[in-house]
Ligand binder design. Structure first.
Ligand SMILES: [Zn+2]
Length: 555
């Protein structure tokens, strides 16, 4: 007998499904009345506005003592973006000794406010995980949730937004925040209040071992309703990347299928929709994407992309099932995950203390297929000529077709440069220092001048992009390296790589980094002198061998 059929409310169906293989159930006292999300209360015709989210969280607070609200940031348009802390006991701060052995997970939704499933699903998850029967999850886990990361975008709800997706019929918000920025391209330059809040008040403050970022896909047709990715930039710790790709996410996909009945698929699209057999391809590797950036911090990250062509209720259920599958996995593996993270940090610090020739940083990448193919439960496609369109387009038929094809999701380093012991910035602009501190790096200042042998990058050519992107004309540089001995004055900024965030530091500061601060115009004032047409040397020098420096940490 299917006990799910006996229950009428969607919430209860989700809740019962979530109990099937979770932690051992305790004797539950009678459950208090649970609030409904706007999606549930309107039979999935509408999504929550900011005021609805805050009202829902207040109702949950009346139901349970195990959650507390912090503020992630104040948005450009004046919304206090909530960060929900869920724990038993709810920790007073990240340093609360009662959570010392627990795994802190961070779930972020609505970064693109037209992609609203995560907002509804994460609110439902907060409510349901606090039901007595599921409370044992909180014996090992602390959950941080930002259900409405892009509140500015959310409040522009309009049925005309994202018309590609079926429902909610009363509309969804828009992609950018109040500064017209795409927050999932802001992880490096960190110009938005939301990403600055993420860095300061979530990542640096709570140091979650895992970040989940909830989105909705834009393209291909398939039966799987949840697609996902791991951090894919090859300048992250590859042991960690490989663990997530080949162990953690397949295990989570299995839980989601077997326990919740929802199918998952590695994120991507057909390389050529006219010839699907050519393969399935993932997103770009740059760390301006938040989940890729998290990989550089030696932490775990999951990009959730809900299947756009499913109806709204199915998309929310898929996202909800995915969140509980992730929680199931982290509950079962909390201890080894914490150890893996700690070991990776220790390994990174040890590398920075004594860099070897094999320690390199990729400045160009290539993409190849993973060892195993991927199976996309798709449909046969047909070519149609749409009215008003010059070009024929592909359209799905109703005939199912399974494609087992190469999965292009393995970025690898094509050209590398050696990693130094640290970087010296003799005349660092204030916004550079501010950005480095915002990322949580250990930044120091020379107290005494030092004469050092360094590697300089002599820029031979610098080009700003013809097109504006996220408010920038991104730089590309060409040049060559030269070893030289220079006098660095007191006040020179030093960023050493014997720190856990070394991979992020290198990405920000390497002169040829494809997504670093030089690319994002942070050094523009210093790259060409007045009356000069020739570019200057890159103002970041690489100290290749560790040296004893008299310096002081900046806070
Ligand atoms: Zn998105």
């Amino acid at each position: 007998m299917n006990r799910r059929l006996l229950l009428s409310s969607t919430t209860l169906i989700f809740l019962v499904a979530a109990t099937l293989a979770g932690p051992a159930a305790q004797n539950p006292p009678p459950a208090p009345k649970r609030p409904l999300t706007v999606a549930e209360a309107t039979d999935y015709k509408a999504t929550s506005r900011y005021a609805d989210v805050m009202a829902f969280l207040r109702e949950v607070q009346k139901m349970s003592p195990y959650l507390r609200l912090e503020t992630l940031c104040r948005s450009t348009e004046g919304f206090d973006v909530p960060l929900v802390i869920v724990g038993n006991p709810v920790p007073a701060s990240p340093h609360d000794p009662r959570i010392a052995k627990k795994a802190v997970l961070y779930i972020q939704a609505n970064i693109h406010a037209g992609e609203v499933e995560g907002k509804e699903a994460s609110l439902m998850m907060i409510r349901d995980v606090l039901q007595p029967v599921l409370l044992p999850y909180l014996d090992r886990l602390v959950l941080l949730v930002a259900p409405i990361f892009n509140a500015d975008g959310n409040e522009k709800i309009n049925p005309a937004n994202r018309r590609l997706q079926p429902g909610p019929e009363q509309g969804v918000g828009v992609r950018p925040n109040g500064l017209n920025l795409d927050l999932n391209r802001d992880a490096i330059k960190a110009e938005s209040p939301e990403v600055r809040g993420l860095l300061r008040n979530v990542l640096n403050r709570w140091d979650p071992i895992l970040l989940v970022d909830c989105h909705t896909t834009d393209g291909a047709y398939h039966e799987q309703t949840v697609t996902y990715s791991w951090p894919i930039n090859p300048n992250g710790d590859m042991n960690l990347v490989e663990f997530q790709r080949s162990k953690m996410l397949p295990a989570i996909e299995k839980i989601m299928k077997e326990k919740y009945g929802t199918l998952g698929l590695g994120y991507g699209g057909f390389r050529d929709s006219r010839a699907p057999e050519k393969g399935w391809e993932t997103l770009e590797p740059q760390p301006r994407y938040i989940t890729n950036y998290i990989g550089l911090r030696n932490r775990l990250a999951i990009l959730d992309e809900n299947y756009v062509h499913a109806d709204f209720k199915t998309r929310v259920k898929g996202n909800y099932d995915f969140l509980f599958s992730i929680i199931d996995y982290c509950y079962a593996n909390a201890e080894p995950l914490l150890k893996l993270i700690a070991d990776t940090d220790a390994k990174t610090v040890a590398r920075g203390l004594a860099p070897k020739a094999a320690d390199v940083f990729g400045v160009e990448f290539d993409l190849r297929a993973l060892p195993d193919p991927i199976t996309v439960l798709g449909f046969e496609m047909e070519i149609v000529q749409r009215e008003g369109s010059q070009f024929p387009q592909m359209r799905r038929t109703d005939k199912k077709k399974t494609y087992t094809i190469p999965y292009f999701a393995d970025y690898f380093q094509k050209r590398t440069v050696p990693l130094p012991a640290g970087y010296l910035l003799p005349a660092a602009p204030a916004e550079v220092v501010e950005n480095l501190l915002l990322h949580g790096l250990v930044v120091e200042r020379l107290v005494e001048p030092a004469k050092l042998e360094v590697t300089a990058f002599k820029i031979k050519e610098i080009k700003g992009a013809a097109n504006l992107y996220q408010g920038h004309r991104m730089n590309t540089v060409k040049g060559e390296y030269a070893v030289e001995t220079r006098e660095f004055p007191a006040g020179t900024i030093y960023v050493g790589l014997a720190q856990p965030l070394a991979n992020a530091a290198a990405y920000l500061l390497e002169p040829e980094s494809d997504d670093g601060l030089l690319v994002w115009n942070f050094f523009d004032r210093d790259l060409v002198g007045q009356w000069s047409r020739e570019p200057a040397a890159c103002p970041v020098y690489k100290l290749m061998a560790p040296a004893l420096l008299v310096k002081q940490t900046i806070r």
